[in-house]
Write a protein that binds this ligand. Structure first.
Ligand SMILES: Cc1ncc(COP(=O)(O)O)c(C=O)c1O
Length: 427
């Protein structure tokens, strides 16, 4: 048993197995069953660790799916939330609130874009981006706008963002989908050039795809997008909901390619765990949103914005982009050592602390499809939370505060799980 598994949280004595079972039973009865939830009830978090209701601790390499970038319950974020909650929890966008204005200014300074709109999630930020580029196109006389997005992308779950998400498995049962979206193979410059036409108004791209299996755009592809933008006057929209805010080793992933977007979306890590999304755009595009064109009751909520300001402070003070770059490189090195030992590891890839290890499901060294889920379950048993995306990609998206020792610990637990799986394959 891992040393960390023996640690008991204070809650454990008053909760335990029966509490866990009760929460799961009630959850199965009263919540819509739209998540494939693991049998784990989490009650506490600190730094890169979380505790379940039975007192076991886990090293958290899921991080709320790239949300807990400054670590769980960072004291500075907790203090900012507490202080703001005591002052003003909500104020309508009929009025100004200092926190949203300050946050907009901060994000503008960081991104090189000119204005921000706040909402409550990544999906909402992308939905707003779709409306923004359509409005911009409409004001330029384009009434049949087309938006290009790429295979294996993920942009969210509302109908517009879902249609931009070029993965048919997410569409099933939700048709008819809105028109005006064109899906192209990721990283294929020729396909892009062939598809561009006078109706094309915008290109949506995750510079590093997260949900689709940790797929990084090439510099060549990003630069081709920038050239196409210049030649055809289309807008470049970077969805940095998952890969933004320090995760890849730079504040924004687009910085790796020297390509500045016209529009960018953020969410996940921004609020340190509180729901907030942001849409940023350069001046000429941003100003097409006028009173009444778009809005959100909760968007720019003072508590969420205060948390986000604290998150940005922590990122800067603790130099978390740099840590993400360094620990990410170390982690990938360690995972490549595993790759040399386990023939069913197909590829290790990623940027900063958005890292994927793809399992082989075909050919002579293949694991049975579904092995990813087994790896996740075995790691969990041994004190590591990790996630498998796109069926076969074991994904590391830990807090950016993670240390080298913690990264080594994660690799050690993963190695044990892989040995157990290899044993079964041979047995
Ligand atoms: C790149 C990207 N865009 C958008 C979304 C949707 O964000 P949310 O779940 O906050 O709506 C996600 C979520 O995983 C994402 O990874």
């Amino acid at each position: 048993m891992q040393e960390s598994m023996k640690e008991m949280s204070p809650e454990a004595t008053t909760t335990g197995k029966s509490y866990t079972a009760q929460v799961i039973r009630d959850g199965q009865q009263y919540l819509m069953q739209n998540y494939a939830q693991l049998p784990l009830v989490l009650v506490r978090g600190q730094g890169a660790r979380v505790w379940d209701a039975e007192g076991r601790s886990y090293l958290d390499c899921v991080g709320g799916i790239a949300v807990n970038s400054v670590g769980h319950c960072h004291p500075r974020v907790v203090a900012a939330i507490r202080e703001q909650a005591e002052q003003l929890i909500h104020c309508s966008n009929l009025y100004w609130s200092p926190q949203s204005v300050t946050l907009a200014k901060r994000l503008v300074q960081l991104s090189g874009l000119d204005r921000a709109f706040f909402c409550n999630s990544g999906t909402e930020a992308n939905e707003a981006a779709i409306k923004l580029v359509r409005k911009y196109a409409s004001l330029h006389g384009q009434e049949q706008p087309e938006i290009i997005s790429f295979t294996t992308s993920f942009h969210g779950r509302t109908l517009g963002a879902l249609t931009a998400t070029a993965q048919p498995k997410f569409w099933q049962g939700f048709e008819p989908l809105p028109g005006g979206f064109v899906h192209l193979p990721f990283k294929d410059v020729d396909a892009l050039r062939a598809a561009i036409n006078p109706q094309t108004v915008a290109i949506f791209i995750e510079p590093v795809q997260g949900e689709g299996g940790v797929n990084e755009a090439t510099a060549e592809f990003m630069q081709a997008l920038a050239r196409v933008r210049e030649e055809h006057g289309v807008l470049l929209v970077c969805d940095e909901v998952q890969c933004g805010l320090g995760r890849t080793g730079k504040m924004f992933a687009f910085e790796h390619y020297g390509v500045q977007p016209d529009v960018m979306t953020l969410a996940k890590a921004l609020g340190g765990g509180l729901p907030i999304g942001a849409l940023l755009a350069r001046q000429e595009v941003a100003t097409v949103f006028q009173p009444g064109t778009h809005g959100s009751t909760f968007g720019g909520n003072p508590v969420a914005c205060a948390a986000a300001l604290a998150v940005l402070d922590v990122m800067e003070q603790e130099d978390l982009s740099a840590n993400a770059g360094q620990i990410g490189n170390h982690l990938m090195l360690k995972l490549r050592e595993l790759q040399a030992q386990f023939p069913f590891i197909k590829e290790v890839r990623g940027l900063g602390l958005l890292v994927g290890m793809e399992l082989e499901y075909t050919g002579p060294t293949a694991l049975a499809p579904g092995a990813g889920k087994q790896v996740v379950a075995l790691c969990q048993e041994n004190g590591l939370l990790i996630n498998c995306t796109a069926d076969s990609v074991i994904r590391f998206i830990p807090p950016l505060t993670i240390t080298r020792d913690e990264a080594d610990e994660a690799v050690g637990i993963l190695k044990t799980a892989l040995q157990q799986i290899a044993g079964k394959v041979q047995g």
